[in-house]
Ligand binder design. Structure first.
Ligand code: SAM
Length: 248
């Protein structure tokens, strides 16, 4: 996405230092200090105009959120959206930061184990084979996410691109990662009200396109919780089955 810079945008960004972080590398390993608490940190890589991160941060005050993108104009728009959503829904902006940065160097702004969740929403598909390394689910990026995610770490990935989804599932599988809640048509039964839609998602869903989604379990705690949930589900299922099948 190419956006032409507008006069004064930089000054507008600089005027909101509590929300917009123009030098995120300075906070590597120190994001908790910046937020002023120990709450988990969830990050959207490539937040665009910021609707998703703005709504999530409004809904979940106990989680800290960081939206990352590399364009000044998108920072400005995302900041505007965040302010509006707080005016409409109340709450504070204390649990949200917008970071201007190029994801290719993500390891320069987050330290090992610093994050609990990475959201990748409608990342650029880079369809040409020779550009595969630029896809945000390429092995080279996933390796970095694994490092910056903690024991509860997960990656949540959504896309409209079947080919990027296929590529990504293979990339996660090649790395031996556990995947769950895989969906090839997320809104097949109507929009999922338990999940926040992004700008791109709304547009593609309205056009009748399928939305693909997967959650990738990275941290050991996250994996244990997942396995425990599977066991509980298994118990519930077998109890249901017993009720339905009367004994002789
Ligand atoms: C297709 S848009 C999706 C925006 C939003 N997540 C959504 O779902 O509506 C992809 C976004 O990723 C950002 N992006 C792509 N590559 C990036 C990079 N290397 N560093 C930072 N942002 C990047 C783009 O600027 C753009 O805003």
């Amino acid at each position: 996405m190419r956006l032409r810079g507008r006069k004064g945008i930089r000054e507008a960004l600089e005027a909101q230092p509590d929300l917009i972080i123009l030098n995120p590398a300075a906070y590597k390993g120190k994001w908790k200090e910046l937020f002023g608490n120990d709450r988990p940190i969830h990050v959207e890589l490539g937040m665009g105009k910021g609707r998703f991160i703005s709504q999530l941060s409004s809904l979940n005050p106990d989680i800290n959120y960081i939206g990352v993108d590399m364009y000044d104009e998108l920072m400005r728009r995302a900041a505007e959206k965040a302010q509006h959503s707080r005016e409409e829904n109340g709450g504070s902006l204390d649990n949200l930061k917008l970071a201007l940065f190029n994801i290719e160097k993500i390891e320069e702004i987050f330290d090992s184990n610093e994050l609990e969740r990475v959201y990748l929403n409608f990342s650029d598909p880079w369809p040409k084979k020779r550009h595969a390394r630029r896809r945000l689910t390429h092995f080279g990026f996933v390796r970095k996410y694994i490092d910056i995610l903690n024991d509860d770490g997960q990656i949540h990935f959504k896309t409209d691109s079947r080919s990027l989804f296929e590529f990504s599932l293979n990339s996660f599988a090649d790395m031996g990662l556990r995947m769950r809640n895989i969906s090839l048509d997320l809104h097949a039964d109507g929009p999922r009200t338990d999940l926040v839609m992004t700008e791109y998602e709304t547009k593609f869903h309205e056009k009748g396109m399928n939305i693909y989604r997967v959650e990738v379990v990275i941290g050991q705690n996250a994996l244990n919780t997942h396995l425990h949930q599977l066991e509980l589900q298994e118990k519930r299922d077998s109890e249901e089955l017993k009720k339905e099948t009367p004994e002789d």
